[in-house]
Ligand binder design. Structure first.
Ligand SMILES: *Cc1c(COP(=O)(O)O)cnc(C)c1O
Length: 720
């Protein structure tokens, strides 16, 4: 069949459609959309780190036009664009039926960090990943929702490791033009500029809009010419600088965020504070109401009805505290706005009013002005009630009004391409009459994962083949990264790392922030035993580690140093590796390619943990302390537990017992089951566990479930 070149109108439609698509991160969870950008430039896809906007910039207008003259490719693009349109305009979303009350008054979700995609590194860890996934599922569910955060133009640091195996940090400048960011403009087409008062200055900011499917997220940016230089750099880095930077950033986030929303015409029904960082928004809401003529008490009560607070950690350092001196310097404007004295302002962040020894705690401020508060797992809810009981006077622990919603992940977004294609094809076989929008919803349901995990849908050998493919992809990815890491340091004692890692080996992954309570090197407490296991060539095992320590956390850096040091021991070389610069791409590679996802925090400090939830759809199994989500998720058949549902109160005792139990689980359950193969070479018991993990965990620990739970429990009914 002869085909004529596209008409100019068609061409314009497709190119402008592609430009629009690249600036909506929806493409990152739709495989066909991703494939279009990959196909435009396969090398660019890798070298530009999966950056759709940058890939379009790489292609000349002429090349793009000529490429679209390929009828098959043009058809692919057309299909993706119409799918995108259908998604944006979907009338029958979950929220259209279940949350009609929020239609005119969306949920405004404030978070100091959001992790959406590896090209926009404006998050430090799990809190950001959760916020990003919350926004993606809010979009999929059709929930009226708007996000607020800061635009950190140097993002979070990039990690390298020096010759002493010590973490070093470096920063690269993000270029908004090459990112899925759109400047927020006023009616005259100029940047919309708002201001906040910081210390004795007025500081101006503009904003960038990130499109997350149907949901906008606004990133505030103080990099404006009219600001003093130190204020221009205020939003430079995620949690950058000292506590002065921190408190000023948090005023921009909380107060500035509310002002931006007002300037854009929003009247949110709920202001959801994801962690205490955003709690200054409550004071701005009170100020607004005072200005409208309310009394202080009425303003405070009305504000409390509008606000919701999620606390994310029992670790003390995770709760911001600011000294009286700092507050009087940085936050003086609040005393003017609220017509209160400095000590009265301080009392809003204190458990005991008038206690001069208490600093200003953002968690206390958030609890004070929230209609409800929650932790992020059942155990964390309980621990938080105990932790904050003293704030609630005479209430018993049970009466403390802090509930819980267990975290989840955006399941389809976390799937590696291989796996997304795999389950999508299975879905098509099971439900030939269903379309793309159905898949996006049904991929989060218990019913689908029950069907999908059944041998009638996928055989043992097929699942095992998938596991082999994913492990191979991870091994090759890791070798390439090791090569690049070596090049950065100018190490040339290896030409390649092809002898490193074994695609047949039981692959154990550990990747998370190197906060000390997560105890990264715990498994090597039994060093001699571990060496013996690694040396058993009949049952090969290997370890892949990754993670960043906070720039000022020397104990965390010492843990990194220990792991890398061990990886250079001749006994462990090639069987233990550390991938530098952990981010959400490394995370995706690891949760898909590993067989075991190791999690050994000091209980009960892992409030939820979410990386383990990203493993399920890939058939990787969890081996974890019964802390956070795993205490709820583990049922004896769907993964492995380290130790019982309790812990010694003495920390040294806990470390000793946990290390013993970890070794015991590995040698008595994990390793024997993985290597117990039948006549066809298939580990039947292991695969049964994968089926159980798919059936019982995938849907339950999704943000699709989580956002519905927030909506039912906390977002509805909206305040009138
Ligand atoms: C998911 C994720 C985390 C959170 O992992 P935890 O299990 O909570 O430790 C941290 N960092 C990145 C990059 C992630 O993708």
């Amino acid at each position: 069949m002869a085909t004529s070149p596209l008409t100019l109108t068609e061409l314009t439609e497709l190119t402008s459609g592609l430009n629009r698509l690249a600036r909506n991160l929806w493409w990152s969870w739709d495989q066909d959309a991703q494939d279009v950008f990959h196909d435009l430039s396969p090398r660019g896809w890798q070298n530009l780190y999966h950056n759709a906007v940058a890939i379009l910039h790489e292609l000349s207008e002429y090349e793009l036009r000529m490429r679209l003259n390929d009828p098959a490719f043009a058809e692919k693009v057309r299909k993706v664009l119409s799918k995108f349109e259908a998604y944006l305009n979907q009338p029958d979303t979950w929220a259209a039926g279940a949350a009609t009350g929020l239609k005119e008054r969306p949920v405004a979700y404030f978070s100091a960090e959001f992790a959406f995609h590896e090209t926009l590194p404006i998050a430090a860890g799990g809190l950001g990943a959760l916020a990003g996934d919350h926004a993606k599922s809010a979009s999929d569910l059709g929930l009226p929702f708007v996000g607020i955060s800061l635009f950190y133009r140097e993002g979070y640091f990039q990690q390298a490791v020096n010759h002493e195996n010590w973490q070093t940090e470096y920063y690269t400048l993000l270029n908004p033009k090459n990112l899925p960011l759109e400047p927020v403009l006023n009616a005259r087409g100029e940047p919309l500029v708002c201001s906040v008062r910081l210390a004795a200055s007025t500081v101006f900011f503009h904003a960038w809009r990130v499109n997350i499917g149907r949901v906008p997220v606004y990133l505030l940016d103080t990099n404006r010419p009219e600001n003093e230089p130190h204020f221009r750099d205020l939003t430079l880095r995620v949690y950058g600088g000292d506590s002065t930077t921190r408190v000023l950033q948090e005023i921009v986030l909380g107060v500035g965020g509310v002002r931006l929303l007002r300037a854009l015409g929003y009247t949110p029904s709920t202001f959801h504070m994801n962690e205490g960082h955003a709690a200054f928004l409550t004071l701005e809401l009170i100020r607004e109401k005072l200005a409208a003529g309310h009394t202080l008490q009425a303003a405070a009560e009305a504000t409390t009805r509008e606000c919701l607070f999620t606390t994310h950690t029992p670790v003390e350092a995770g709760h911001d505290r600011f000294s009286s001196e700092l507050m009087s310097y940085a936050a003086h404007a609040f005393t003017v706005d609220l017509k209160v004295s400095h000590e009265e302002l301080m009392d809003l962040g204190r458990v005991r009013a008038g206690d001069l020894s208490e600093s200003f705690c953002m968690t206390v401020l958030a609890l004070r002005y929230s209609r409800a508060a929650n932790g992020v797992s059942e155990l964390h809810g309980l621990v938080s009630r105990e932790m904050w009981q003293h704030f609630y006077g005479s209430k018993t622990v049970e009466e403390v009004p802090i509930g819980h919603v267990t975290n989840g992940v955006h399941l389809v977004g976390w799937m590696k391409g291989t796996v997304r294609r795999f389950w999508r094809a299975k879905y098509q076989q099971l439900h030939p009459d269903k379309g793309d929008l159905d898949w996006l919803a049904d991929a989060n349901t218990v019913e689908f994962w029950k069907e999908a995990s059944d041998p009638a849908c996928v055989s043992d050998s097929e699942l095992w083949a998938l596991r082999y493919r994913l492990r191979r992809e991870l091994v090759e990815f890791t070798r390439r990264r090791l090569l690049l890491q070596g090049q950065i340091l100018g190490r040339n004692d290896f030409i390649t790392f092809d002898g490193f890692l074994n695609p047949d080996a039981l692959t154990i992954g550990f990747a998370r922030r190197f906060a000390t309570y997560k105890r990264a090197p715990l498994i090597f407490d039994q060093f001699e035993n571990m060496v013996k296991l690694v040396k058993d060539s009949a049952r090969p095992i290997q370890f892949i580690f990754a993670g960043k320590a906070h720039p000022r956390d020397d104990s965390g850096k010492a843990y990194i140093q220990k792991v890398i040091h061990l990886s250079k021991f001749s006994e462990l070389k090639g069987h233990l590796v550390f991938i530098e610069n952990y981010d959400i791409h490394v995370a995706r590679m690891m949760v898909s390619g590993c067989d075991i996802w190791l999690n050994n925090p000091r209980r009960p400090l892992e409030a939820s943990g979410t990386s383990g939830m990203k493993t399920t759809s890939h058939g990787c199994l969890n081996l974890s302390i019964l802390d956070g989500w795993w205490r709820e998720g583990f049922d004896g058949t769907n993964g492995f537990a380290i130790g019982p549902d309790s812990h010694p109160s003495n920390i040294d005792e806990q470390d000793r017992v946990d290390s013993f139990n970890l070794y015991k689980s590995l040698t008595e359950e994990v390793i024997p089951e993985f290597f117990n193969r039948d006549a066809n070479g298939i580990p039947r018991q292991w695969i049964y566990r994968i089926r159980r993990s798919l059936a019982t965990l995938a849907a339950e620990y999704s943000t699709w479930r989580m956002v519905q739970e927030y909506t039912r429990k906390y977002y509805l009914p909206p305040v009138s």
